[in-house]
Design a protein around this ligand. Sequence first.
Ligand SMILES: NC(=O)c1ccc[n+]([C@@H]2O[C@H](COP(=O)([O-])OP(=O)(O)OC[C@H]3O[C@@H](n4cnc5c(N)ncnc54)[C@H](OP(=O)(O)O)[C@@H]3O)[C@@H](O)[C@H]2O)c1
Length: 242
Amino acid sequence: MKIEGATALVTGANRGIGKAFAEELLARGAAKVYAGVRDVSTVTDPRLVPIQLDVTVPERIAEVAAELTDVDLVVNNAGTGRPALPLAATLEDARYELELNYLSLISMTEAFAPVLAVNGGGAIVNMLSIVSWVAAPNLSTYSASKAAAWSYSNSSRVQLKGQDTEVVGVHVGYVDTDLIASFEVDKIQPQLVPAAAFDALEAGQPEAIVDDWTRQVKAGLSDDQNLIYPGVEEQFNAAVAG
Ligand SMILES: NC(=O)c1ccc[n+]([C@@H]2O[C@H](COP(=O)([O-])OP(=O)(O)OC[C@H]3O[C@@H](n4cnc5c(N)ncnc54)[C@H](OP(=O)(O)O)[C@@H]3O)[C@@H](O)[C@H]2O)c1
C-alpha cells in the first residue's frame, strides 16, 4: 500500500511514537491523518484531525469507525506498560495492559475491517515490541500482552487478506519516549519506528523490524532458550545483585 494519498487514523498520536507516526504519514503525503486520542486538547499539530478515542472502550471504537468512513489505514499505536517482576505482578495491572495492548486490537480490527474493505482494502499497522518474542522479567505482564497482540496480528492478517487488507506488525526494542523515561538504557529515536513500519508496508512486508537488537533476537528465536534466555537471565541476576 502507498502512504501518499492515504487517509489514516493513528491512536495515541498526541505524543511519543504515535506522534512520530502521524508526522511520518504527513511527510509521505498522506491526504488526511486523524489523531485518535483520549483528550483532543493534547493534539497541538494543526495538520492533524483530532478525534476523541479511548481504545479500551469498544462502544466508542464502533462509533468512531461509523464516523470515519474514509479511513484506509489504521495505526494501532496506543499502549502502555506497567513494569512488574513475575512474582510481584498484580492482576489489576496485567488486566489493564491486556485491555489496552491486546483487546483493543480486536475491537479496532473488527470495527475498522468493513471500513477498510469499502475503501479498497488498505492496511492495519500494529505497534508490537521485541518483548512480543522474548519476555522481559521486569516487564512480565507487558511482555505477555504484546505476545498476545503479536499472535492476533498474525491470525487477523490471514483472514484480512481475503479483503485485500494488509496487516503489518512492528517490532522494536527501546524507544526514547515517556513510556520508558526512567529506564537507563540505549534508546532509539521515535522517528525510526514509523519510517521502518511504512517502508515495510510500502514494500508489502508483513513485519517491520526496526532496530539491530530486535533483528538479532528474531534471528535467535529458533533456539531461544539456549541463544537468548541465558543473556536475559544474566541481565536479570546482575540487576538483582544491584
Ligand atoms: N517506547 C518503547 O520503548 C516502546 C517499545 C516497543 C513498543 N512500544 C509500543 O509503542 C506504542 C507507543 O508507545 P510510546 O513509547 O509512544 O508510549 P507513550 O509515550 O507512553 O505514549 C502512549 C500513547 O498511548 C496513548 N494512550 C494510552 N492509553 C490510551 C487509551 N486508553 N486510548 C487511547 N490512547 C491511549 C497515550 O495517550 P495519553 O497522552 O492520553 O496518555 C499516548 O499517546 C505502545 O503500544 C508501546 O507499547 C514502545
